[in-house]
Design a protein around this ligand. Structure first.
Ligand code: HEC
Length: 202
């Protein structure tokens, strides 16, 4: 009886602490939050979940598939993940978790795991589920291009670099095209966050 009472009281205390955190507004939700326990545990859970849930499949990486995949990559992946020799767009620096470069460790994923991640996305991160608007064969083409990333030709690098609207994003009314490539629209010091009480006016 004493034991059961102890367990009940213990559970109530845990619940109270949880309620204090959640309803008291104490959970750290800012993207600028320094890494904590959750940031250590979540990637482990993620790796195991992907390994467990991904299908077993082999994806063809012929030149045609790679080329089709690159068109999707330009629009849908490059802004966040960049590519070898091509920096992601400015906003990608503020993401937590960050979008990793896909030519590194990610190449250790099996074809099925890459397919699964691209199709289903990663919850509560910036990684979208492309299954929402892409058919399976298109996702396979995207994976073919991800596999090709470590072997990009110079030509492909140039095409990728040209696909991003770099450096002219602060102009209202958008000068399109090449003219806007001069530098000088950057906020130096790049402090993400640094919560200022007033909205910025540019
Ligand atoms: C809006 C930003 C964004 C876009 C667009 C995006 N991703 Fe991601 N992606 C992320 C983030 C952030 C992560 C890391 C998530 C995490 O670790 O929890 C990620 C993770 C991944 C991973 C897992 C990498 C690893 O090593 O764990 C793969 C593979 C991936 N993305 C591929 C793609 C592909 C292919 C596309 C385009 C079809 C794409 N992503 C588009 C933000 C993005």
């Amino acid at each position: 009886m004493r034991f059961i009472l102890g367990v009940v009281v213990g559970l109530l205390l845990v619940a109270a602490a949880g309620a204090f955190m959640v309803y008291g507004g104490h959970v750290a939700v800012a993207a600028t939050t320094p890494p904590g326990m959750l940031d250590k545990l979540a990637p482990i859970a993620l790796d195991h979940a992907i390994a467990h849930q991904a299908p077993t499949m082999t994806i063809a990486t012929d030149a045609a598939a790679v080329r089709r995949g690159m068109e999707h990559y330009d629009e849908n992946c490059l802004p966040c993940h960049g590519a070898p020799g091509v920096k992601p767009m400015e906003f990608a620096q503020g993401m937590n978790p960050a979008a990793p470069a896909l030519d590194g460790d990610t190449q250790g994923f099996s074809d099925g795991q890459l397919f699964w991640v691209v199709k289903n996305g990663i919850r509560a991160s910036a990684m979208p589920a492309f299954g929402a608007n892409h058919r399976d064969p298109e996702i396979q083409d995207i994976v073919a291009f991800v596999r090709h990333l470590p072997k990009l030709t110079d030509e492909e690098r140039k095409d990728l670099a040209a696909a991003l609207p770099h450096e002219h994003h602060h102009e209202e009314g958008g000068t399109t095209g090449e003219a806007a490539h001069e530098e000088g629209h950057h906020h130096e010091g790049g402090a993400v966050g640094a919560a200022s009480p007033e909205p910025h006016h540019h």
